[in-house]
Design a protein around this ligand. Structure first.
Ligand code: KG4
Ligand code: ZN
Length: 338
């Protein structure tokens, strides 16, 4: 089975072609970062309008790159939620219409299921069952994954997501949007321990996270002071260390509690090099294994939507003719596959 997949849940327009026998044939992405930078964050209406402009040309480019004609496709998958509702609807409307015109089934994919399954695109994919740490701009989740479509929530953030904590503290340091990668780059010049920020909830039992206190702590450390370049880098390092420590500590605890020895880490924050280095070391030390998507599939992309879409379309799942998307969508409510 060969399918087309579209992603448009936030500020990335992306299209991919995936074949169940020959693998990923094409993946195209247009990032709206420049469009939103002047506003210091994503402006939903601008995002929707830009998806309308970008998606169809990306479909043409991806099909050409995959040497694929519409007649070669057996389905169209698209991100149906969660995300910005206007942005989601642009992708849903285009995907649903293309599938109708081509006479193939369409399927709305859960964006977080896409992130969870992104590592399946790698040459050495993670086995099931496993524990997943999903860290993105909107979510921080620990999930027990027994199979594709079988997800049990172990813990989540009570307030800000890990990516949000990176982005908000980056803003306090005067770094441009999107702050996460910028803060990580600055942290590389920082000295460990020069600034120490709280490791929220790490000392408490359970698998919940809380990151909102971190930005208050950073605000207190920087307010009314003119920091030297070195001090700004030190603050960035302190923030990154606090977030990474918390994520590593809770992930190890989740492996222990579920008695699993495979950890999967995905979502935008999984692109963070310090997190990868620390997790690889800590998980290796307890004779467990950790798997990641390649860096370009850690952040939003359509290849991951294609993986989730293909699994479900192959199992015979598809949507009605109605164009629909959901801003909120609990992962655990997804039907099982197969
Ligand atoms: O998964 P994603 O691309 O979009 C959502 O579904 O939210 O994640 C975006 C988040 C942003 O908060 C961004 O700052 C963060 O991932 N991020 C990073 C890095 N790359 C992206 N955070 C820390 N270090 C990075 N290298
Ligand atoms: Zn995402």
């Amino acid at each position: 089975m060969r399918i087309l997949a579209l992603e448009s849940s936030c500020d990335e327009s992306a299209v991919a072609v995936l074949d169940s026998r020959t693998g990923l044939l094409a993946h195209e992405l247009y990032s709206q970062i420049e469009l939103h930078r002047a506003y210091g964050g994503v402006v939903p209406e601008l995002a929707s309008r830009d998806h309308v402009r970008r998606l169809l040309p990306l479909v043409r480019t991806a099909l050409a790159a995959a040497s694929t004609a519409p007649g070669d496709l057996q389905g169209v998958a698209y991100t149906a939620g969660p995300g910005l509702i206007g942005a989601l609807l642009t992708g849903a409307a285009l995907a649903r219409s293309l599938a109708f015109a081509w006479g193939v089934p369409a399927l709305g994919v859960h964006h977080l299921e896409g992130h969870l399954l992104a590592p399946l695109l790698e040459p050495d994919p993670p086995p099931f069952p496993h524990v997943a740490l999903l860290v993105s701009g909107g979510h921080t989740l620990l999930i027990e994954v027994s199979a594709i479509g079988a997800y049990r929530l172990l813990g989540a953030s009570r307030d800000d997501a890990a990516g949000e904590a990176f982005d908000k503290t980056a803003k306090l340091l005067g770094l441009p949007y999107p702050g996460g990668p910028q803060l990580a780059a600055l942290a590389r010049q920082g000295r460990a321990g020069a600034f120490s920020f709280p490791r929220p909830m790490l000392d408490r039992a359970g698998l919940e996270f809380s990151f909102s206190g971190l930005k208050t702590a950073v605000l207190q450390a920087v307010r009314g002071r003119s920091l030297s370049d070195q001090e700004r880098a030190d603050v960035a390092r302190g923030v990154e260390d606090a977030i990474v420590d918390t994520l590593v500590g809770k992930s190890l605890r989740a492996l222990e509690q579920t008695d699993r020895d495979v950890l999967v880490v995905s979502g935008g924050v999984s692109a963070n090099r310090a997190l990868r280095a620390r997790l690889t070391e800590a998980v290796g030390a307890r004779a467990a294994r950790v798997y990641y998507p390649r860096i370009e599939f850690s952040t939003d992309n359509a290849a991951m939507i294609a993986v989730a879409g293909l699994a479900r379309l192959q199992a015979g799942q598809h949507d009605s003719l109605a164009i629909a998307a959901r801003a909120q969508w609990p992962l655990e409510s997804l039907p099982s596959v197969g």
